[in-house]
Design a protein around this ligand. Structure first.
Ligand code: URA
Ligand code: SF4
Length: 212
C-alpha cells in the first residue's frame, strides 16, 4: 500500500542522520497529503514554524500557498506537499548540494509511491531537479514533460509574497493549474488506452479455438 510506504519514509526521515541538517532540526518535516494525490508540490525546506510543528508550509509562506491552492480550485487535503530537504537549514539558509543529494532519495521514493499526474515545483531548488538550466523568471507557470510527468515550475510563495510583480505572476500561474492537470489527465488516459490496445485484458482477448 502506498500510504504505508509514505508512513515508512516519514519514520525514516524522523530519525535520519544522512546529512548535517539533522544536527539542528527539532522536528523533521517529511511532507503530508494523501497517497493517491494527483498533484504534488515540492518546496525548498522547512522554516522556523515547520521545524517546530513537523508539518510543511505552516508559516507565512504556507498561508500564501493556501491562497494559491484556492486560486487553483484545490483543497490542501487533496494534494501532497513536501520539500527537497526534510530538515530545516539553520537560519533558513539555502540547502547545500550534499544535503540535496542526501535527501533526494526520500523525495524520489515519495514520488514513486504517489505517482502524481503533475508535480509543481516551488522555487529554484526543486525546479533544478527537472529543469537544471532553466531560469524561473523565463519558465514560471509553463508546464513541461519530464520523464512522462507534467512538471510546472512556480515562484516560491515566500519570494512572491513580498514582491508585488511576482505575486501577481504566481497568482496567474496558479489559476492555470487546472488546465495543466486536465492536460495531464487526458495524456495519461490516452496512454492507458494505447497500452490496452497492445495488451488487451484477458476478458477481451478473442477466444482461440483449437482443432481438437
Ligand atoms: N518554505 C518551504 O519551502 N517549505 C516549507 O515547508 C515552508 C516554507
Ligand atoms: Fe536526512 Fe534529509 Fe534530514 Fe538530511 S535533510 S538529515 S538527508 S532527512
Amino acid at each position: 500500500m502506498e500510504a504505508e510506504v509514505l508512513a515508512e519514509i516519514a519514520r525514516e526521515v524522523s530519525v535520519c542522520t544522512r546529512c548535517k541538517l539533522h544536527h539542528s532540526r527539532k522536528r523533521a518535516v517529511p511532507g503530508e497529503g494523501p497517497a493517491n494525490a494527483q498533484i504534488m508540490f515540492i518546496g525548498e525546506g522547512p522554516g522556523f514554524y515547520e521545524n517546530e510543528q513537523g508539518r510543511p508550509f505552516v508559516g507565512q509562506a504556507g498561508k500564501f500557498l493556501d491562497e494559491l491552492l484556492q486560486r487553483a480550485g484545490l483543497k490542501r487535503s487533496e494534494v501532497f506537499i513536501t520539500n527537497v530537504v526534510k530538515c530545516r537549514p539553520p537560519g533558513n539558509r539555502d540547502p547545500e548540494l550534499d544535503e540535496l543529494q542526501a535527501c533526494g532519495a526520500y523525495l524520489e521514493r515519495q514520488i514513486a509511491a504517489i505517482n502524481p499526474l503533475v508535480i509543481v515545483t516551488l522555487g529554484r531548488f526543486s525546479m533544478a531537479r527537472y529543469f537544471p538550466t532553466a531560469r524561473i523568471s523565463a519558465v514560471h507557470g509553463r508546464p513541461g514533460w519530464v520523464g512522462g510527468r507534467l512538471v510546472v515550475p512556480m515562484f516560491h510563495p515566500a519570494a512572491a509574497l513580498h514582491q508585488p510583480s511576482l505575486k501577481e505572476a504566481v497568482l496567474q500561474d496558479f489559476s492555470r493549474l487546472p488546465a495543466a492537470l486536465e492536460h495531464a489527465r487526458q495524456a495519461r488516459e490516452k496512454q492507458r488506452i494505447e497500452e490496452e490496445k497492445k495488451n488487451p485484458p484477458k476478458s477481451q482477448q478473442p477466444i482461440q479455438y483449437t482443432l481438437f
